[in-house]
Write a protein that binds this ligand. Structure first.
Ligand SMILES: NC(=O)c1ccc[n+]([C@@H]2O[C@H](COP(=O)([O-])OP(=O)(O)OC[C@H]3O[C@@H](n4cnc5c(N)ncnc54)[C@H](OP(=O)(O)O)[C@@H]3O)[C@@H](O)[C@H]2O)c1
Length: 252
């Protein structure tokens, strides 16, 4: 990846986040419970997840392994964190999701596909080309230690919450129930909260601009969707817990 390609891809991620954040409060992305007709052709949801997420671990790896520092321990730790998240999200999560006959508009899949090419590539670039500080001494830097801890707290919350959701449905079922337990005690979308925390941790631990850009995008994309989920739950279930917030415990 050249410096110019990096700059274009970075501003694509940041611009995309800045534009989608306000828009998503008015137009909810049309997939899952918010799926509706009028968004063009659709494809099966499981296939969609693989197609749109797989470019992220692949492009990260392609850019990462072009660089001479790809054999160094600290950059490799960030490679490992990225793959830990994205190999699961691309190739395991879609096949564990329950709900039959779900589809996604090709339009949303195409947007996510492009996003993940750019995001995977700039983050592979981030921890190699931009990561001159990611040497062995970085392992004892407070930003690294705190960031790794935050990353794994977010990762745990995200996985625990997706596990709770998955178990709400028996195989073949596709309706919705009120999720309970874990951080669902406090908020309607702890899977999104966990994902946001995870990437804030990654940004802190890596201390490079692409990590921060992705944390910003994740918040911009998922916070408005959590608000839409929250309203949807309140309208659908009369007995929906009143104390529950949308995305930030006790606050929002
Ligand atoms: N980094 C990012 O920008 C980004 C963007 C999007 C997603 N993600 C991550 O990808 C994962 C999935 O995202 P998502 O938007 O699909 O999450 P979601 O709307 O919470 O749905 C997750 C899964 O649980 C099912 N589900 C949700 N609520 C349910 C309920 N009340 N009862 C029964 N089943 C329920 C959904 O079924 P249906 O599909 O049938 O609704 C889907 O299979 C999350 O961990 C999220 O953090 C990350």
């Amino acid at each position: 990846m050249t410096e110019t390609q990096y700059q274009y891809a970075l501003w694509f991620i940041v611009g995309f986040g800045a534009i989608t954040f306000p828009i998503l409060f008015f137009i909810t992305a049309p997939y899952g419970r918010h799926f509706r007709k009028g968004w063009g052709p659709t494809i099966p949801a499981k296939l969609a997840w693989v197609l749109m997420e797989a470019p992220s671990p692949i492009c990260f790896a392609l850019v990462f392994f072009q660089h001479e520092r790809s054999g160094d321990l600290v950059p490799l730790i960030f490679f490992g964190l990225w793959q830990l998240h994205y190999v699961y999200r691309s190739f395991i999560f879609p096949f564990r999701m329950r709900g039959s006959g779900k589809r996604k508009p090709v339009f949303t899949v195409a947007m996510a596909f492009l996003f993940n090419i750019a995001n995977g590539a700039i983050n592979g670039y981030g921890v190699t080309v931009l990561g001159a500080h990611l040497t062995m001494s970085w392992l004892s830097d407070p930003r690294f230690i705190a960031g790794i801890a935050v990353f794994f707290i977010g990762w745990f919350i995200n996985h625990q919450s997706d596990h709770i959701l998955r178990n709400l449905r028996a195989p073949g079922e596709s309706g919705y129930k009120i999720p309970r337990g874990g951080m669902y005690r406090f908020i309607s979308s702890p899977n999104y909260f966990g994902e946001i925390v995870e990437w804030i941790g990654y940004a802190l631990a890596s201390w490079v601009v692409p990590g921060a850009a992705f944390a910003f995008f994740t918040f911009a994309n998922l916070a408005p969707r959590a608000v839409s989920h929250h309203k949807w739950y309140q309208e659908k279930f009369e007995d929906y817990p009143r104390e529950r917030r949308a995305i930030v415990p006790y606050v929002w």
